[in-house]
Design a protein around this ligand. Structure first.
Ligand SMILES: Nc1ncnc2c1ncn2[C@@H]1O[C@H](COP(=O)(O)OP(=O)(O)O)[C@@H](O)[C@H]1O
Ligand SMILES: *[C@@H]1O[C@H](CO)[C@@H](O)[C@H](O)[C@H]1NC(C)=O
Ligand SMILES: *[C@@H]1O[C@H](CO)[C@@H](O)[C@H](O)[C@H]1NC(C)=O
Length: 268
């Protein structure tokens, strides 16, 4: 199916991906309306557009736009949305060798990001309270947002202090490194080697659309883990915060993710 000369094709045959994402690819059908329709009601919309989403693919796209060699492992439907999605991945220079097309509906649950030394970054989205306990012990970095942390721990997470306590619980379940993202508050990190929660604030920006900010953050973090393993975790998080803060300043999900060329040089 793929012709030679397509962008991204060359390295796919020769170089293994440094960031492999296992997760969902979803087509977002977005209608802009002044209000939600009542059950059975038809209302006029102002605008409609189709976007590329799915937490796994979002993370993969952000890592690729920063310059990572990436591969997307997942399934899309055997239909025009699926075909368009595969084309979107290729446009972003992502290997689609393991992006399969199926007759069954695609279901997105969790995503795992792995690099070649098999460092795993696990993002429990959407979270379930009785997550298989092996996910805690088998991932190197466990990264979730505040509501996911609440579901997983049963604790209320409304502040960096709360997040520190929830991170402590997740660490006790076997994680090596826990990161809880807190929207405009940045995030909190906790690790076995530094078992005191650390709040890492982010830039003060004018947020336009925060959809997909968490995936931008996770994708950027995967990029740094794979390409800048010598950076301290705190530095990787600071840079990922910066990139995610850029993404909230434009509308859309993948459409708001910055490319390396649009970012300050000191991030690379
Ligand atoms: N309003 C904001 N201003 C600046 N950065 C933000 C803002 N919202 C999100 N971010 C960045 O995106 C990251 C993830 O956001 P968050 O809202 O926690 O994730 P999710 O999209 O999963 O809900 C944050 O840790 C931060 O770096
Ligand atoms: C956290 O991520 C989930 C997806 O798992 C999303 O539904 C939820 O809105 C996010 N929470 C916050 C506070 O952004
Ligand atoms: C990273 O650290 C390793 C071992 O500590 C070293 O060999 C390597 O040169 C470093 N790489 C960079 C880019 O600094």
């Amino acid at each position: 199916m793929a012709a030679s000369g397509e962008p991204g094709r060359q390295w796919q045959e020769q170089v293994a991906a440094a960031v492999v994402v296992v997760g969902s690819c979803m087509t977002d059908l977005v209608s802009l309306t002044s209000r939600l329709p009542k059950t059975g009601e038809t209302i006029h919309g102002q605008k409609f557009f189709i976007g590329f989403g799915g937490k796994g693919a979002n993370q993969c796209v952000q890592a690729a736009r920063l310059g990572a060699k990436t591969s997307m492992v997942g399934k899309v439907g055997k239909d025009s949305f699926g075909n368009d999605y595969i084309e979107n991945l290729k446009q972003n220079d992502i290997s689609t060798e393991f992006t399969y097309q199926t007759e069954d509906a695609a279901t997105g649950t969790a995503s795992i990001i792995v690099n070649n030394e098999v460092k795993t970054l696990f993002n429990p989205a959407p979270a379930i309270a009785d997550l298989d306990p092996r996910f805690y012990t088998l991932s190197d970095v466990f990264c979730c947002n505040e509501s996911e942390a609440e579901i997983l721990t049963g604790l209320e997470v409304r502040s960096p202090e709360d997040a520190g306590q929830a991170a402590q619980v997740l660490l006790e379940r076997g994680c090596c490194i826990v990161i809880i993202t807190l929207g405009a508050e940045g995030c909190v990190m906790l690790s076995r080697t530094e078992p005191v929660p650390k709040h890492i604030p982010t830039e003060k920006v004018k947020a336009v659309d925060t959809t997909g900010a968490g995936d931008s953050f996770v994708g950027a973090l995967a990029f740094y883990l794979a390409y800048y393993p010598n950076l301290s975790l705190e530095e990787m998080i600071k840079r990922s915060n910066f990139i995610a803060a850029v993404s909230v300043q434009a509308t859309g999900t993948q459409s708001s993710y910055p490319y390396k060329k649009d970012l300050p040089l000191y991030l690379f």
